[in-house]
Structure formats: C-alpha cells, structure tokens
Design a protein around this ligand. Structure first.
Ligand code: NAD
Length: 367
C-alpha cells in the first residue's frame, strides 16, 4: 500500500532519511518542507522527494507519517503547530532530535486526546556537514537508531517506523527518553564540552607559548576533533538537557580536583591507578568494535617512507569503501603507525587488516 510521508527539514538528516526511505519504498510519495530554497531544489532535483513546500502547515494534513528533522527548538515549535492542524486520523509523527525528553514531553502535552501516534527518534549517525547537498543514503548504515516510546506510542507504531526506515540499514533500539538523555549526556554531550573547552584553553595558551600549536599531535587531535561541530546544534542540545549535563560537569570537576590533589600530594600510587583504571576500562569497552556515536573503525599501518607505498595499500583495498584516510606525518610520539585508514564497519576493517597483513610485512594495528 502506498503511503504519503512528510519530512520537515531537508538538512543532512532529513534528506538522508528521504533517500533511505526511497531505497526500500520507491512507491511511497515523499513530501518535503524546507524554509530555504537551495535544499528544497536539491532534494527535488536529486529525486529525494516528490513535492516541496516552504509552508510547513500546507502538507501536514496530507501525510500518513510526519518526521520532523529540525533543530530541537524548532521541532518543539512544529509539534505545537501540528496540534492545531487537521491531520489524518491516526497519523504517525516522529522526529530526529539529539535529545529526547523535551521533545517527547512536548508531544505528550500537545497531542493528548488527539488521534495522533508519536514516537521519539534519534538516528545516532551524522557529521559536521549540513543541508540536503550533503545527504548520503548510507549515512545510517550500522548505526543505532533509537526510539523512545511514550504514552502516544501504540503497539503498531514501532513496527510501522521500522518498516518505513528499513532502507537506512540502521540498528533499531528502544529506550526511555530520560535514560536516553542521561546516557548521551555522558558519552556525547559532555565530551563535546570537554573538547571545546580543551581547544579554547590551548588556543589561549598558544598565544603566550607559541610552540603549543605546533607540538599538538595525535592525542590532541583525537581529543579535540569534535570541537569542529556545528555550534547551533550543540547549543540547542545543551539547553534541552540542562540538568543532566550540569550534573556531569559537577561530577567531572570532582575528578579533576582528585587527580590535582594526588599530584600535589605526590601520591604516586593514586596517579598510577588513575591511568591504569582508565586504560583497563577503555579496553573493556571495546568501543572500536561496534558502531555508535561518531565511532569509526580505524586501522593504523606502520609504513616505511618509500615511493608508492600508499598506492600499494590502496590497491590492496580496491573495492572496499573507505571513510577517511590520513597520513600522520607530524609528531609521532603517540601515533600508531603513519597511515590511518577509517572504515564504515567492522567487517571492512577486519577484511582490510587481513589483506594488508597477508600481502605486506607492515605492522597493522587496530586501536
Ligand atoms: P541541518 O542543519 O543539516 O538541517 C537542519 C534543518 O532544519 C534544515 O532543513 C533547516 O532549514 C531547518 N531549520 C533550522 N532552523 C529552522 C527554523 N527556525 N525554522 C524552520 N526550519 C529550520 O541539521 P541536521 O544535522 O540535519 O539536524 C537535524 C536534526 O537532527 C537536529 O535536531 C539534530 O539534533 C539531529 N541530529 C543531527 C545529527 C548530526 O550529526 N548532524 C545526528 C543525529 C541527530
């Protein structure tokens, strides 16, 4: 049976979802809202959507399923607007916001007593790119796609969403909205604060200690990569998950004080334990063996400084899709090997490790 799907916000997430929906359901009609013209035009030209509007309310009554793929604040505003419109009986509404409680609460408040089904959604994949021009049908492959059921989520809601989004090739999982916000505050939101704070501290320090900028190497780069994220998205994430994030900040201040005190006291045992515990905990977490927030699958190849060495490795990897390739040629103190290749999933990573190990005598490390 054909359905009409309405995607509001043809940015990176909305346009990539449209492509994923089209992949498995070419017969569905996809309507798109975007306030600015360029993303509307790109989405139409590239066949991501069938019709476009800049008037959000106009398409809403036509839709069987509405997905709001907008900044959190705007998602809440559109939920309020949807509640005042004459929507289809039993319409299914979802969203893609990176925090869930504020959105789910707004839905419960506004849709109570109406013939509306709602489930919060958070596809845990993305990048710093924005707009329909960056859309990628494979963006969500193997990534977690979180649903946060609520009182508006009937038993058929999740099945219908999973069926709609089957072409994303994501891994669906259901958790409570408040728990989602707690977990992501620790492993996503707070790390962004730390990365930006560290970046700012270093930039200021480098004004007086010019070499700081030049000596910053692999460890510093890994710690601060996410400081390049889009400021607007992160401002709204922090403001929609305030209490939980403040609690993480306070907890961390305590940890800094503790290690600071141990250094003052010259407590060698405590300092050693601090590093050792973290090392063991990170190894146990196996974060490189699965997808998740911003995770990638990295391979480090210790290559000699010889002509064509990189071409030789790329030739071995012909046919495998690479996410990124980086030549670490600066300070190598804490960098594994010199060639860093990132893959989309664990299978590609393992295949690459095998083929490089079998065909060369270079040391290959998976961190
Ligand atoms: P984007 O900047 O690519 O797209 C945002 C969309 O919202 C655009 O269509 C833009 O026109 C529209 N928009 C912004 N402000 C608006 C306003 N005031 N009124 C009307 N439309 C407005 O961003 P994105 O990465 O696609 O993010 C969309 C949602 O997905 C956000 O809630 C974000 O938290 C969430 N998300 C992002 C990522 C990521 O890594 N990018 C990952 C998971 C979830």
């Amino acid at each position: 049976m054909s359905k009409t799907i309405y995607i509001a916000g043809l940015g990176l997430i909305g346009a990539s979802m449209a492509l994923g929906i089209k992949r498995d359901h070419p017969e569905y009609e996809i309507l798109g809202y975007n306030r600015s013209k360029p993303s509307r035009e790109i989405a139409l030209e590239r066949g991501m959507i069938d019709r476009a509007t800049d008037d959000f309310a106009s398409f809403a009554p036509l839709a069987d399923i509405i997905i709001l793929t907008l900044p959190i604040k705007q998602t809440v505003a559109f939920i309020q607007e949807l509640a005042s419109l004459n929507l289809k009986e039993g319409v299914l509404i979802s969203d893609a916001g990176s925090t869930k409680s504020a959105i789910v609460n707004a839905a419960e408040e506004n849709f109570v007593g109406k013939s509306v089904r709602f489930v919060g959604g958070h596809p845990m994949a993305g990048s710093h790119k924005t707009g329909a021009a960056s859309a990628d049908v494979n963006l969500f492959e193997n990534a977690y796609y979180i649903f946060t059921p609520s009182s508006l989520t009937t038993s058929d809601t999740l099945e219908e969403m999973k069926n709609l989004l089957s072409g994303l090739h994501a891994r669906f999982i259901e958790i409570d909205a408040a728990e989602h916000d707690k977990v992501t505050s620790q492993v996503s939101h707070f790390p962004h604060i730390l990365a930006s704070g560290l970046m700012e501290q270093t930039a200021l320090y480098a004004r007086e200690h010019e070499l700081a900028g030049r000596f910053a190497a692999g460890g510093f780069r890994d710690m601060t990569r996410i400081a390049e994220s889009e400021p607007g998205i992160w401002t709204s994430i922090l403001l929609s998950n305030r209490e939980t994030i403040i609690e993480r900040i306070e907890d961390f201040k305590g940890r800094l004080d503790e290690i600071g005190q141990a250094i003052k006291d010259e407590d060698e045992g405590q300092i050693w334990n601090f590093f050792n515990q973290a090392r063991e905990q990170r190894q146990a977490m196996e974060i490189h063996k699965r997808g998740g927030v911003d995770s990638s699958f990295d391979l480090y190849v210790d290559v000699p400084d010889e002509e064509d060495v990189i071409l030789r490795i790329l030739e071995l990897l012909r046919g495998t899709s690479l996410v990124n390739i980086h030549i670490n040629e600066e300070n190598r103190e804490d960098v594994h090997g010199i060639l860093q290749i990132s893959f989309k999933n664990a299978q590609d990573l393992e295949r690459a490790e095998q083929v490089i190990t079998e065909n060369t005598d270079y040391t290959v490390v998976i961190k």
